[in-house]
Design a protein around this ligand. Sequence first.
Ligand code: PEP
Ligand code: MN
Length: 352
Amino acid sequence: MNIRTTISPDFTVIAGPCSAESARQVMECAEKLSAMGVGILRAGVWKPRTRPGGFEGAGAPALEWLCQAREKTGMKLAVEVAGASHVEAALKAGIDILWIGARTSASPFAVEEIAQALKGNDIPVMVKNPINPDVNLWTGAIERIERAGISRISAIHRGFSDIQESVLRYAPQWEIPIELRRRMPSLPIFCDPSHMAGRRELVGTLAQMALDMNADGLFVEVHPDPEHALSDSRQQLTPDGFRAMVSSLEWRREIHDADVRNLAPSRNELDRLDAQLVELLARRMKIVQEIGEYKHLNNLAVLQSKRYQNVSDSVAKLASEKGISEKFVRSIFETIHAESIRCQLENNKTQS
Ligand code: PEP
Ligand code: MN
């Protein structure tokens, strides 16, 4: 998508209320954002709620309020669609950009229905990550939209449901957008720091992380009176709060040849260490194989849980002595152990 704002020439900022609530609220928000140079207004018209009974959006009349705001400010309009009827209504109203929400992108049936309704209309479509951390589901949703003939697709990383307690509402799990970028290098990936944060005080921190992760743009919830917002009240910024947040961001520059030269000695050192790590892993696997043979010949089970627990505890202790994360080292050894088990099971299969 090459719609840019004047905030930064090579970065797209989309902002607006979680929900369009009234003609006045939409207009006030659009006027304030537009005055700051934001070129695209987001607003939910149909709201997918996890539980029934909350505000479910103003529906079709809100499309009219948005069009009035566009008329006045010249902003482009982005709305969420969750099914064919939404697509039809949004296209009929001349909405400029559609987005697919996190609860919808998790359902291939719903995404397929939207894809079918989009056929023949080359409107920009943004696909939020599904609520569960599954990069294949996200990729699949994007592919379905691509197959409908949509040429301007971007992704929105809004974080994932997580059973672990956290100050954040949705866990960023940066490895997932990193993998999406590896799979689809030319796909712009926006970050929605509002839904990740869940509270306005944290939106700026997440937006800065997104810049550091090379996001192509931000998708931020801004409401003229967030305290009284009908949805996502805690995470929406006031227009002034949004201005302050954006102006506090540190913009990272492109990497230059000189940087590559400056970093080369450290990177070469890392390459040597990585080669040694692989060499050590290969040596380790060889010993694993010998142990596996012993177990097989002596009728012992492949999995020896007590031994694994000891290995995990002792590397975690070493990690903490060396000042690196215990959790990180345990998770590496979880992978190493899983591979050791896999190889031993594989060998037993071929020997029996
Ligand atoms: C939204 O952007 O207002 C929204 C409902 O987002 P999500 O689908 O990410 O929860
Ligand atoms: Mn919202």
